[in-house]
Write a protein that binds this ligand. Structure first.
Ligand code: HEC
Length: 147
């Protein structure tokens, strides 16, 4: 099973002053969330989401998995902003938009973590402009998911 990586190269290339050409996205530099944020998200996920989606994000019954090939291929080409809005506006199913935007961003960081994206130095923003600037793209050939 392949995983995908995040591409925020245009933004990062400018802000970090990266000068060399980057035809292939480099995950470690491109993923904007931290380990600490993903752990906060894990706790929040356990409280608000795991009852339906499962603690391993594999889904239960009719509830879709939030980790794995089907999930990532379904979101490839879309932005993190779209995924954030989808979660914020419709989840938890019984109480949409009931958490703070920061809590949703933490949960999204945890979901990215569980899909094999490496953590970085910068937290995932809860701001739409930042989230909209990051598209989900297919992984470089070298990268494959643990199964
Ligand atoms: C009461 C059960 C329930 C809870 C709690 C719940 N979900 Fe869901 N979720 C669903 C169901 C059912 C679907 C599929 C139907 C739909 O899209 O509304 C879904 C769909 C989704 C999707 C779309 C998946 C895809 O690839 O299209 C995402 C993302 C998601 N949930 C995230 C979350 C997050 C994050 C939380 C916690 C904040 C959460 N859900 C809490 C039941 C739940």
């Amino acid at each position: 099973m392949r995983i995908i990586i995040l591409s925020a190269l245009s933004v990062l290339a400018v802000t970090a002053g990266i000068s060399r050409a980057q035809d292939v996205p480099e995950p470690a530099r491109a993923v904007p969330y931290t380990e600490a944020q993903a752990s906060r998200g894990e706790a929040q996920f356990a409280e608000s989401c795991a009852a339906c989606h499962g603690s391993e994000l594999r889904g239960t019954g009719d509830v879709p998995a939030l980790a794995g090939g089907l999930f990532v291929s379904g979101w490839t080409g879309q932005t993190l902003g779209t995924l954030f809005d989808r979660i914020h506006d419709t989840m938890p199913q019984e109480a949409p938009a009931s958490l703070s935007r920061e809590q949703y961003a933490d949960i999204l960081a945890y979901i990215l973590h569980m899909n094999g994206y490496p953590a970085g130095e910068k937290e995932l923003s809860e701001q739409s402009e930042s989230l909209n600037a990051i598209s989900l793209v297919p992984p470089p050939m070298a990268k494959s998911a643990r199964n």
